[in-house]
Ligand binder design. Structure first.
Ligand code: GEK
Length: 244
């Protein structure tokens, strides 16, 4: 790891902290940032590959929505490489997709992988056996989430799987406070200072909007999924699967 790849975006006092955006300044430090900020991130990525192995059918489509630098795409590809499936890696950050393109070129694979620059709310999902929303739904405006989950449900084939990984909100407030403090301790243990933690918190306020597990499961059921359950949680981060 060079200094250029280490997340120090919030290390200096910024005065008025600007809202967080996925621009070029984030791309090079992104892997370090997400690994040191999200407890359980690597476990969730590894299990995304495991779930792909179980759910991805030949000649079907997989969607990695909010793909960033393609961690989930690469985990899926590793497990499904002989199935003639197509992966659509979708993000609305051109900076992320430019870097992902160079990463994919350096790791050739049999599975066709198409990069799509678009808002995940504006794409059509078709013939899908797996759809992945790893830490992306949390950035979608609250009033667009049901429409997005419905369109994913519509585009999934029967028995297809949706993975949703998110930062979570908890009730009552005392429980939310405890899990938030444990998360902040995790970040301190990963080398972030109190200043970095508090400025990042300001930057993502109202940009990243977490919901409770109950809200996620209710929405999945309302949209028609026959089953939905968390399969992993560490503090206030977790991952759910939903099956059509
Ligand atoms: C991983 N899944 O490594 N449409 C398209 N892309 C979006 C939208 C949207 N409406 N909103 C946000 N993004 C990855 C990590 S990061 C999570 C995902 C994080 C994109 C945004 O540009 C960014 O690349 C990604 O979603 C969220 O497992 O940084 O906490």
């Amino acid at each position: 790891m060079t200094d250029l790849n280490r997340d120090n975006l919030f290390a200096r006092p910024l005065g008025k902290v600007p809202k967080f955006v996925f621009d070029r300044s984030v791309v090079d430090i992104f892997p370090d940032m997400i690994q040191r900020s999200v407890p359980g991130y690597q476990t969730i990525i590894n299990h995304t590959g495991e779930l792909a192995d179980r759910f991805v059918k030949g000649n079907s489509h997989c969607y990695d929505l909010g793909c960033s630098l393609g961690a989930s795409t690469l985990a899926i590809r590793e497990r499904i490489d002989a199935r003639n499936a197509t992966i659509f890696a979708v993000d609305n950050s051109q900076a992320m997709l430019d870097k992902l393109e160079t990463i994919l070129q350096s790791q050739p694979a049999k599975t066709e992988t198409k990069l799509v620059k678009n808002d995940i709310c504006d794409i059509e999902i078709t013939n899908a056996s797996l759809v992945v929303l790893n830490f992306t739904l949390q950035f979608v405006p609250l009033d667009r989430r049901s429409e997005l989950i419905s369109s994913i449900y519509k585009g999934l084939n029967p028995n297809g799987c949706l993975i949703i990984s998110e930062k979570l909100h908890f009730e009552p407030q005392s429980l939310n406070q405890l899990l938030t403090e444990l998360h902040h301790q995790f970040k301190r243990d990963q080398g972030y200072s109190d200043l970095e933690i508090s400025q990042k918190r300001d930057a993502i306020d109202k940009v990243l909007m977490p919901e409770t597990l109950t809200m996620h499961i209710q929405r999945l059921k309302d949209c028609g999924f026959k089953s939905a359950s968390p399969w992993f949680q560490c503090y206030n981060f977790g991952s759910l699967i939903a099956i059509k």
